[in-house]
Design a protein around this ligand. Sequence first.
Ligand SMILES: [Zn+2]
Length: 505
Amino acid sequence: MRLAVAGFQHETNSFAGTVATRSDFDRPGGWPPFCAAGDMARIIAPSGTPAAGAMGEAEQAGVDIVPLLWCIGLPSGPVEDDAFEDIAGDICSRFRAALSDGLDGLYLDLHGAMVTPSFPDAEGELLARLRRIAPAPFPISVSFDLHGNISQSMVRDCTVLECYRTYPHVDLRETGARAMRRLIGVLQGEAAPHMAYRPVPYLASINDQCTFVEPTRGLLGKAEELESGEGIDRISQFFGFPLADVPDSGPAVVVQGKDAGKVEQVADTMLAAWLAAEPHFANELAPAAVAVAEARRLAAAPGSGPVVIADTQDNPGGGGTGDTTGMLRALLAGGAAGAVLVHIADEAAALAAHAAGEGATLDIAIGASLSLSHGAPVEGPWQVVRLGSGSFTGIGPMYRGNPIALGPVALLEHGGVRVIVAPRKMQASEPGLLIHLGLQPETLPILVVKSSVHFRGAYQQMARAIIPAIAPGAVEADLSRLPYRHALRKPARALVPPVEEVIPQ
Ligand SMILES: [Zn+2]
C-alpha cells in the first residue's frame, strides 16, 4: 500500500489588514518550516502536527508513505493568489507524479478556513483540483482544524474527514492519526461512509468556543454519546472561524457512517443541539485597565500561580499582528510591577537589544510597527534584562516537539513591567519561550499572553485566575462590530449584554 501525504494550512482573518505571501509559509513562528519530498519525514515526524500523527500511524501499519509537500502560514489576511497557485500547483503536480508511479490513497493536512482573493473556499478549490486528477472513488482522507469553515464542496470531495476535538488544540497528532487509520481502513475494504453535512445558521466568536466550558463542552459530549450508536463512524463538529468573511463562514456538523438514514437523523439531532446552544455562546471580557486592576488585586491575595490576562484581540493565532501595545500600556499605567507580557513582534527592538547587550538601556519605543491603527509604540527607556537565540523545542501541549525558531529574542523591562520582544509573531501558548529567557511562568504574579484560548492548554492548570481581556487589535471579539460583506450568517444572539456592562468593578 502506497499513500501520499501533503499539508497546506492557513486560517484567514479577512479583517486583519495584512496578506500572506509565499515567503510567510517558509518559517512560520512555532511550526515546522516549508518542506517537501525527502525532507518531510525528518522535519515533520518529530512535530506536533496532524501530518506527523498520520505518518506515524502509517509507519505502524507498515504502509509506504510518499511525502509530497507540507507547509503552514500563521493566521493573517488572505493568502495572495500567487502564493496559493504556487503551493497548490506544487501539491497537484507532485500528486500527479506519485499517481503515475502507483498510489493507493492520499492524506491531506488542511485547516479549512483559507481564503484567497480569487477563492473564498480555498481548500474546496484545492480538493476540486485534486479530484480532477484523481476522481472518486480514489480515497482521499483529510484532517481539518475545528476552526475550518467547512463547505459542501469540501465534504463532497473527501472520502473520509476528521477534525480536532479540542480548543485549545491539544489533539493535532491524534486527529491526523485517526484520518490515516480510516484511510487505511477504506483501502482494506471498509465501505466509504455516507456523509451528512449541516451548516449551523450563526457565527460563534472564538472567545466563546473553548472546549473546557459550555456550550461547546456539552456539544462534544452529545456527539460522543451519539457516536457510540450503531451505524455512526464519526461526528465532526467544526466551530468555524468567524473572522473569515466568506459565504461558508460559520460552524458546521459532519456526520459519517454506514447507515445513511441513521447518519442523516443524527445530523439533524446535532443541528438541533447547536440551535439550542446559540444563547450560550457568550463570554465576559474585561477592558484592559479593568483586567490589570483585577489581576493586581488577585495577585496580592494568598494563592499560587500567575494571574493570566489574555490579550485576545491581538491573538496571532487569529490573525493578529502580535505587536499591539494596548495591554502593555495598561500594565504600565496600572502599576503592574512584576508582570510579564509575552510577546511583542518587533524585529528592530529585538535586534537593538542584541546589539546593545544584557544590562544595557535602550532609548527606543517598542511595538505597533505592523498594527498602525491599533495604538502607538511604547516609549522606554527599556532595560535589556535577558537575551536569547529564539531557537528551542516546543514543550507545551500544542507545540510539543516543534522546532521553534523565532530569531533573536529579548526580555526588556520598563517601570517594573517586563515584555518579551521577538522578530516574528507566535501565539503565546508555549511556555518554552519564557523558560528560554530565564523565566518560570508558575512564579510570575501576572502573565499577559497574546492568545484567545490556546494559552489555556499550557496555563489553565497553573493559573491562579484567568482574565480574558480586550485591548485594540485585529481579532475582534464582538462580531457584531465587524463590517461583514460576504458572510451569510449573523453572529450568535447571545444572552449576556455587551461586554462593557458585565464586568464586575
Ligand atoms: Zn484552530
